[in-house]
Design a binder for this molecule. Structure first.
Ligand code: GCU
Length: 421
């Protein structure tokens, strides 16, 4: 009798758990307000966009202008070419499987300067390698336990100040799990990376980083329509690309831009601004990245403009609790990458980034790929976990939390093989 009772209890709780889970999902989705997306293929003046030429000449520039002026902020000018310092010539690394090269780009304007410290790995014996290019969050040396990776451009015995303190607490290779370096190299790709803080430290302070190098004499912060940090980081990706165009180890026609989270937002915006990137990948980019703002699911415009206001132009604050008045939504950002392949990846336990909103956004962007005679993901429904879709647009919902894993890299390499080989 007792066993029967326990068994019954077990079945009942299993049933109610499943019911509860389903209920939560439906329930959560029911919180999404009714919304109407701004039309991708209708110009601001109401003209229907029916051809590639109309897209490129009319609609694409309009959308780009809205994102620049209302959301990420315009990049106010250009700087003279940087001084290029070769910190390490190509040297064998990672059990002779790779060549490691380290380069510093030094930008200067009057009293202000920034140094971008770039780590390059390419597969040994492969010239003109295709590469993944992506920022890391805290320093190149955290990506691999390779003892020769410089720390903020310096050798261990030359460290002082913040770099010294950081090196005491954060060990070489500590962030290796997010960077499948061996796998990337074995698959015939290189990796180019640098710390995003080199370009603009990630804090609400516009006196440091690249911003001040481009100020007018009266300026102490950007104008309302000028660049926040995401635009600054996007600018930095383009400067790395300028350098890669001169680097014989890599094939500059096969540079795949990658970014995770805030840096996934950055890779989409950088890829929209600079058409030299041949593929763009955003991993778990969420609000302000691939996810639709109008769905108001997970992180909202009001959250991001409160907690991370420095990522955006000041103008973006106008849309807090007022998404419907935005002239754009994030499906348009993805569409700006067309006809180049673009990959949007979500994670099942990352509801803050609204996985479904990221999928719908990528699906909507397919309309522009269609103008180029290419198949996006218009024929697909929101997929089950770990069931990737690879067309001109790629999408997957990885099982698990907000992160970058070997599963993600495996998909990116497959997608790159499909489009670049
Ligand atoms: C926060 C932020 C997100 C962002 C993430 C990250 O969670 O709210 O928008 O994507 O940080 O960059 O790690």
């Amino acid at each position: 009798m007792r066993t029967k009772f326990i068994l019954f209890g077990l079945i009942f709780s299993l049933f109610s758990l499943t019911a509860q889970r389903t209920a939560t999902t439906i329930d959560e989705e029911s919180k999404v307000p009714k919304y109407i997306l701004p039309e991708l293929l209708k110009s601001d003046s109401g003209k229907k966009i029916e051809t590639q030429i109309e897209w490129e000449r009319i609609r694409r520039p309009e959308i780009l202008e809205h994102f620049a002026g209302q959301m990420y902020g315009k990049i106010p000018g250009t700087l003279p070419s940087p001084e290029v310092r070769i910190l390490e010539e190509g040297t064998l690394a990672i059990d002779d499987k790779a060549i490691r090269k380290q380069v510093q780009l030094a930008f200067k304007h009057e009293a202000d300067s920034i140094c971008m410290n770039i780590l390059i790995y390419t597969p040994n014996k492969k010239l003109m390698a295709p590469v993944f290019l992506g920022y890391n969050f805290a320093g190149n040396y955290l990506l691999h336990n390779d003892p020769f990776i410089l720390i903020d451009g310096k050798k261990e015995n030359e460290l002082s100040g913040d770099s010294f303190e950081k090196f005491k607490t954060q060990k070489r290779g500590e962030r290796n799990s997010r960077w499948a370096i061996e796998k990337i190299i074995e698959s015939g790709y290189g990796l180019v990376t640098l710390n995003y803080n080199d370009v603009d430290p990630d804090k609400n302070d516009f006196s440091d980083g690249i911003h001040s190098l481009l100020y007018n004499s009266y300026q102490i912060k950007p104008e309302d329509d000028q660049w926040g940090s995401i635009s600054a980081w996007a600018w930095g990706m383009s400067r790395v690309m300028d350098y890669l165009e001169t680097e014989t180890l890599i094939n500059e026609k096969k540079v795949i831009l990658f970014g995770h989270s805030r840096l996934g937002k950055t890779s989409l915006w950088a890829g929209a601004l600079d058409q030299r990137f041949s593929i763009v990948i955003s991993n778990n980019s969420g609000c302000g990245g691939a996810a639709l703002s109008r769905r108001r699911f997970g992180e909202k415009v009001s959250d991001i403009t409160t907690n991370w206001s420095h990522w955006f132009a000041k103008n973006f604050q106008k849309y807090s609790e007022n998404e419907s008045s935005l002239p754009i939504d994030q499906h348009m950002l993805i569409a700006l990458i067309a006809p180049r392949p673009v990959y949007v990846a979500s994670a099942s336990k990352d509801s803050w980034a609204d996985p479904r909103g990221e999928f719908i956004s990528a699906k909507q962007a397919s309309k522009v790929y269609k103008l180029y005679g290419m198949q996006g993901i218009e024929l697909y429904d929101y997929p089950k976990v770990n069931t990737p879709i690879h067309q001109s647009i790629g999408y997957h919902l990885r099982e698990g939390k907000h992160d970058v894993t070997v599963y993600d890299w495996t998909q990116y390499i497959k997608f790159a093989n499909m489009h670049l080989n």
